[in-house]
Design a protein around this ligand. Structure first.
Ligand code: PBG
Ligand code: ZN
Length: 326
């Protein structure tokens, strides 16, 4: 059927009709809020390149997590900022590390909020890499055991899910085995499966103090040029026991989200990363675009591409928009 018999505008003429044929809906349930936790009390340090985001001490973290929970956001993901770093990243797997303490406190205060922990070493290593160093290289196999210890320490503290973000080969299997052996076979793994070596992580590294002190992450994170390889990476993590597959970043990788959604029969998450957040905030502050509208359009696009779950610093702001429009 062609014009003038068919007129697509017929179904766009008012909001009622548009609502009836709308294909994608963003919900608070779809979002996971990333939060940065640091030591001390009453601390709420603004992160300059991420307006509206803070490094929070545990007491303040509980306040923000509670606000998210009230708005219907089901989960947070925690990143720790330790007071000391060392070459082995021991703060990542200490029983009383900052994330382990934060998990205990948040679960006490908000038992129904799902607490996910990011499992990596880069926030805790003095050199800023995601694993231990041998001969100026990140040593894959020596790192696996430390990642598994970190994941186990999070589960012991009460984490509901662990999310390895390091991109070492074999880490999902190692973490799965360690959790299973220790009575945590019920704890799911959300794997950062297709994680690209991206300049969009810049603001996060400022927030977490995790920029590498030498070199870069190209020997472990994926080359932005590759998409077939993403399917191979994701397939490996599925075989190793991942429960949720993540693609990261989101906006410049919508094609990857779509192809992973088509190839894999597990829930797909996408990380709307710090640089994506910063770009929208900066342009909105300049008055160059409508920040709230671009935020909603962006999150909807990530969902439309195929992600059921979106990790986003916008979670609270977007949930407020959704609440106001319901
Ligand atoms: C740690 C980690 C990073 C992010 C999530 N986990 C940074 C990195 O890999 O350098 C980035 C998140 C963001 O930019 O919002 N491995
Ligand atoms: Zn890392």
């Amino acid at each position: 059927m062609l014009f003038p018999d068919y007129r697509p505008r017929r179904l766009r003429q008012n909001e009622t009709l548009r609502r009836m044929i709308r294909e994608t809906h963003l919900r608070a349930d779809d979002m996971i809020l990333p939060l940065f936790v640091t030591g001390g009390n009453g601390i709420q340090n603004p992160i300059p390149s991420m307006p509206g985001q803070f490094q929070l001490s545990i007491d303040r973290l509980i306040g923000v997590a509670g606000e998210a929970f009230e708005l219907g956001i089901p989960a947070i993901i925690l990143f720790g900022i330790p007071d000391k770093k060392d070459p082995e990243g021991s703060g990542a797997y200490k029983k009383d590390g900052i994330v382990q303490l934060a998990v205990r406190s948040v679960k006490d205060a908000l038992p129904e909020l799902a607490v996910i922990t990011d499992v990596c070493l880069c926030e805790y290593t003095s050199h800023g890499h995601c694993g231990v160093i041998a001969d100026q290289q990140v040593d894959n196999d020596a790192t696996l055991e430390l990642l598994a210890r970190a994941a186990l320490s999070h589960a012991e503290a009460g984490a509901d899910m662990v999310a390895p973000s390091d991109m070492m080969d074999g880490r999902v299997a190692e973490i799965r085995e360690t959790l299973d052996e220790s009575g945590f076979s019920h704890i799911p793994i959300m794997s950062y499966a297709a994680k690209y070596c991206s300049a969009y992580y810049g603001p996060f590294r400022e927030a977490a103090g995790s920029a590498p002190q030498f070199g870069d992450r190209r020997s472990y994170q994926m080359d932005p040029a590759n998409s077939i390889e993403a399917i191979r990476e994701v397939t490996l993590d599925v075989e190793e026991g991942a429960d949720i597959i993540m693609v990261k970043p989101a906006l410049a990788y919508l094609d990857i989200i779509r192809s992973v959604r088509e190839e894999i029969d597990l829930p797909v998450a996408a990380y709307n990363v710090s640089g994506e957040y910063a770009m929208i905030k900066a342009a909105a502050q300049m008055g160059w675009l409508d920040g709230s509208k671009v935020m909603m359009e962006t999150l909807l696009a990530i969902k439309r591409a195929g992600a059921e779950l979106i990790l986003t610093y916008f979670a609270i702001e977007a949930a407020k928009v959704l609440e106001a429009s319901s």
